[in-house]
Design a protein around this ligand. Structure first.
Ligand SMILES: [Zn+2]
Length: 149
């Protein structure tokens, strides 16, 4: 009987299920030393803001930490995500969409940090990386608001 090699991934990549993203998701996972867990729910990083998906999403992240003591969490959301429309969320324009996706990723970072702290994970030992991308995998920065001073 051959021994099954231990899974040594120290990261989880959390994305939408959108199949058009698969190449860039595979690229991210390949770029991480030891690979990564991959969790996918409609909405990607936005799933942490949707009920009841939030609980399923958090469970995946906490489980990855319990199994392999992951040190890095990569959350992605993408433009044109059908999960937002399904949730009844519409955007006045692309700036509004980009801002909302970044806001939801900030929420995801906060709820994940709270969940890990509640599990007894030491503060600062797990890093949450967030990214909004287009369907080609290109990162889309948060819009910069004009200063009003
Ligand atoms: Zn999507």
């Amino acid at each position: 009987m051959s021994a099954i090699p231990k899974h040594t991934a120290k990261a989880i990549v959390f994305t939408c299920r959108e199949e058009r993203l698969r190449n860039q998701i595979e690229n991210i996972i390949r770029s991480l030393p030891g690979g990564a867990f991959h969790a996918a729910l409609a909405g990607g990083g936005g799933a942490f803001s949707f009920e009841p998906d939030k609980h399923v999403a958090l469970k995946q992240v906490v489980a990855a930490h319990k199994i392999n003591q992951i040190t890095d969490i990569y959350l992605e959301s993408h433009l044109g995500c059908g999960a937002y429309g399904l949730a009844g969320i519409t955007f006045a324009n692309s700036q509004a969409e980009i801002t909302k996706l970044h806001d939801d990723l900030s929420t995801a970072r906060r709820v994940i940090t709270e969940a890990l702290l509640a599990e007894g994970v030491a503060a600062g030992t797990v890093h949450v990386h967030t990214r909004v991308i287009d369907l080609h995998g290109k990162p889309i920065d948060r819009p910069v608001l004009a200063k009003t001073a």
